[in-house]
Every structure is written in structure tokens, then in C-alpha cells.
Design a binder for this molecule. Structure first.
Ligand code: GLN
Length: 477
């Protein structure tokens, strides 16, 4: 049976010939109606309306950009000049952006409309959006359940029809995991595909800007707009960016070679309905002529520890800049400079961020550097090599996006390791640096969405869009 949400993957508000102004008003009224979900930290209502009028005029004159009127929300980690930005943290209270992220600028240049700033886990650290200084985001299907994280607000915004597209960030699954929990599409492109200029840094060797959408077409359109070389990010890839929108259906008759990670599907920790939905999809792919084979990936047990050692190490260094001198929050009446740093950071950062800074500082400390940080770097390389090897024989690796569907608020907040396990299947792609997408794949007995995850080789986002479109059209679940 098909779901209301998956029907949405094929229709589009923009096809209904509404003006940009009408569409902005439509989303603004939804935002108002769904305030209880706690999605937006700021809504740029007047600004969005004014921009919509301007773009409507451009459309009349035939001068509008290719994203004319696309209404977009930004996770609270993306800089947008003269707008507030605080990574859902108290430590950035009162901070206003001094420049615009490259990805955001490219959206604006093509006449997209930015509607607001979205709630997330503090500094993008978390899997449920419960680490936000502004409180959790609620899942729109069941308000007692989490949205996923860290880009929870961004996922719910697309789920609840509060905007067309959300731009999030994915360091260890923060786009794909909430996308799965919310029944929407979430793409993490290849590491370095999109400039990170203007993205608040968490784990710089993992961080990717990612895209939430209802349709593959919108996702492809946004990716082709924001990806590519940028003089402000020396790590960004200079590869030519394909016209992804033209590639989606270009291989419709191609038979792909698809590997699925058997150990993830046979694991006891995987919810049985997720297992069944994914097997049903794999069967349908096989029945339509694709080659579908199991593989065993013996590295799976090392992926999560590798990620949490390296990401926290990088975070401890990246977050050292928030010292009470340069940005946002500063403690009142410090005794001296040292206590200014200490008190500002103790008061400004939430518990999880403090835990990660301490963990990261520990693995980087002189006595433990070799045992943890260096070893994890080596393991990371081996994991990447093993994944690259699989792509010599297969076009895709399929695995669940998450071990369970959206869990209850508070269910895992007492035990950080339990929370980290929510990333069990999403961190592979970040550790290896390859692109991955989560698309809806039915729902469980409580009507909660299930996500299926596809991974492809470096810079093969076009293939991800192609197989995603094929799967969505199979209408299996
Ligand atoms: N949940 C993971 C973490 O807490 C991933 C976060 C992310 O991708 N930003 O680190």
C-alpha cells in the first residue's frame, strides 16, 4: 500500500501555478498552525513576502532564476548575512551572521526564498533533536516521538509542509536519519561536493551540507545549484557538476548491480518491519531485472567507534573558538581571563556538547593520541578502502537508514551510547566520504515512516537519484 507521504513525492505545489506570494503565504500559515512542533527558531515572514513579490515580477518579465519561488528553510548551522545564527546553542546567543554561506548564496542567486532558521541539535551533535537549547522538535506523525537529529527541524519542516526544501548538514547521518524518521528524502552528497564555507564546523573531515525534499527532482535541482568549486573553500571538489535533473530518468532501462549489507538486515537490533520493508524492495528490484546480492561487511562493528573518536576530536578543536571573547554569549563578571573562558563555556554549552569536547580532548591528549586518534585514522582508511572495493563490483550498497523508526521523546536521553546507536547505519557513508540517500520505504505498525538507504561511489549522486526514482516508482511498501 502506498502512503500519503509517498504520493507527495510525485506531486508538487509549484505545478499548481500559484504565485510565489501565494506559496509563501501558504507555508507561513502552515508554520503558524504547526508552531507546537518547534521547527523554526526564526521565521523571516516579511522578508519572504517581499522577496516573493519581487520574484513574481521577475517571472512576469521572464528574468527569474531557475529556483524561482522555491521556498527553503535553513538548519541553524548555515550562515545567512544579517540573520541570527546559533547552532541551537546558548553560547551563540545574540550572534548575527557577517556573511552568507556559499550554498545559501547560490540558492538566493537563483531566486529561492529563504523562509527561516530551523531548530537542530546543539552544534549538530545528536540523533533526536533533544540536545537543542530551544527544546526538542516533535515528529508530526506522533507528537510524543522525536524528529530525529541533528537536522530534526529541517526534516519536520518538509514533512509537515512548512517549506519545499530544507538545507541541513550531515556529519554522521544528520540528514538521512531524520529524513527516515519523517518520511522524506534526505541526501548526503559526496564529501567535498558542496562548499562548506559558511557552515558551522563540527567534524570538518565528515561535515557535508545535505538536502531534504519531497521529490527526487527537487533534490537534484538544489544539488546541481549549490554544488561545485568555490574559492572560499579550499577543500571543495573542482569536478564538473552534472545536470542532475537531466540524469534522473536517463538510465531508466539500465540494470544495476546492487549489493545489500546482509549483516545489517539480519541484525537483532533491526526493527523487524524495517527488515521486511527493505527485503520487499530488494525483491521487487530483483524481479525487475536488477542484480541484487548480499555482501558481508566485516567492518561494521568498527564504524561507529571510529566515527565517534574522530568526530569528537575534530569537534573539540573546532569548538575551541567559542571562548566568550569573539562570539555570542559571555559570562557575567568573570574574575579573570581564565575564568571568563571556563565559565562562558560551562554555562554556554549544553551537556552533550561538553561531553564531546571532553571526549575529543581526551583522544587527542599526548598519552592517548596513538591509542585512539591515530588508530581510528588508520581504521577509517581501511573502512574507506573496503567500501571502495565493493564499488568495483557493484553500483550500490543498500542498507537500512536507521535501526528503528522514530523513538519516544526521552527514550534514549539518559544513555548516550544508546543514542549513538541510532547512527549505526548512517556513519558508514561519512567515514568513507561517499554519497548516500535515504528515501521513504513504507511504515511500521504505528504508521511511523521507514527509510531505505542507498550508498554509491564517490561523486555518483546521479546514480543515487536514478535508483531512488526507480524504487519510489515501484510502490512496493
Ligand atoms: N548523530 C550523529 C552525532 O551526533 C551525527 C550528527 C550529524 O550528522 N551532524 O554525531
Amino acid at each position: 500500500m502506498n502512503t500519503a507521504h509517498s504520493t507527495d513525492h510525485k506531486t508538487h505545489l509549484r505545478n499548481k501555478n500559484l504565485s510565489c506570494k501565494d506559496r509563501v503565504n501558504y507555508f507561513l500559515s502552515n508554520i503558524e498552525k504547526k508552531k507546537h512542533l518547534n521547527v523554526f527558531l526564526s521565521v523571516y515572514d516579511n522578508e519572504a513576502r517581499e522577496r516573493a513579490e519581487l520574484i513574481d515580477a521577475k517571472i512576469q518579465h521572464g528574468t527569474a532564476g531557475k529556483l524561482a519561488g522555491l521556498v527553503i528553510g535553513l538548519k541553524d548551522v548555515l550562515s545567512y548575512k544579517d540573520h541570527p545564527l546559533q547552532a541551537s546553542s546558548k553560547i551563540l546567543n545574540g550572534y548575527t551572521c557577517q556573511y552568507t554561506a556559499t550554498a545559501v548564496q547560490r540558492l538566493l542567486d537563483e531566486d529561492a526564498i529563504i523562509i527561516g532558521r530551523q531548530n537542530c541539535d546543539e552544534f549538530a551533535m545528536g540523533s533526536s533533536n533533544e540536545n537543542s537549547a530551544f527544546g526538542p522538535v516533535l515528529n508530526d506523525i506522533d507528537n510524543t516521538r522525536v524528529a530525529g537529529g541533528s537536522s530534526g527541524g529541517s526534516a519536520v519542516a518538509v514533512m509537515a509542509d512548512l517549506c519545499d526544501i530544507s538545507i541541513g548538514s550531515d556529519t554522521g547521518g544528520s540528514v538521512r536519519q531524520p529524513a527516515a524518521f519523517c518520511g522524506v528524502i534526505g541526501l548526503k552528497p559526496t564529501y567535498s561536493r558542496i562548499s562548506r564555507y559558511g557552515l558551522i564546523a563540527y567534524g570538518s573531515s565528515f561535515d557535508c551540507i545535505g538536502i531534504f525534499s519531497k521529490t527526487i527532482e527537487d533534490n537534484a535541482l538544489v544539488l546541481e545549484t549549490i554544488a561545485g568549486a568555490d574559492e572560499f573553500d579550499s577543500t571543495v571538489s573542482h569536478r564538473v557538476v552534472p545536470k542532475f535533473t537531466e540524469e534522473i530518468n536517463s538510465q531508466i532501462n539500465r540494470k544495476f548491480r546492487i549489493a545489500y549489507m546482509r549483516d545489517t538486515l539480519e541484525s537483532d537490533s533491526l526493527q523487524s518491519e524495517i527488515k521486511n520493508s527493505i527485503y520487499a524492495t530488494l525483491d521487487a528490484l530483483k524481479a525487475s531485472g536488477h542484480e541484487v546480492e548480499p555482501i558481508d561487511f566485516k567492518w561494521n562493528e568498527y564504524v561507529l567507534p571510529t566515527y565517534y573518536i574522530l568526530a569528537t576530536a575534530e569537534a573539540s578543536s573546532n569548538l575551541s573558538r567559542y571562548d566568550g571573547v569573539r562570539y555570542g554569549y559571555r559570562t557575567a563578571k568573570p574574575a579573570d581571563l581564565h575564568s571568563l573562558y571556563k565559565k562562558t563555556r560551562s554555562e554556554g554549552f549544553g551537556k552533550e556538547v561538553q561531553r564531546r569536547i571532553m571526549l575529543g580532548t581526551f583522544v587527542l591528549s599526548a598519552s592517548y593520541y596513538d591509542a585512539y586518534y591515530n588508530k581510528a585514522q588508520k581504521v577509517r582508511r581501511m573502512i574507506r578502502d573496503a567500501i571502495k572495493k565493493i564499488f568495483e563490483s557493484y553500483d550500490f550498497i543498500v542498507l537500512p537508514t536507521t535501526p528503528t523508526t522514530a523513538f519516544k521523546l526521552g527514550e534514549h536521553t539518559k544513555n548516550p551510547v544508546e543514542m549513538y546507536l541510532a547512527d549505526l547505519y548512517s556513519v558508514q557513508a561519512n567515514v568513507a566520504g561517499v554519497p548516500a540517500i535515504s528515501i521513504p520505504c513504507g511504515q511500521d505498525a504505528n504508521n511511523l515512516p521507514i527509510g531505505i538507504q542507498l550508498m554509491a561511489d564517490d561523486f555518483e549522486e546521479a546514480k543515487l537519484f536514478q535508483l531512488s526514482e526507480i524504487i519510489l516508482n515501484l510502490n512496493v511498501n
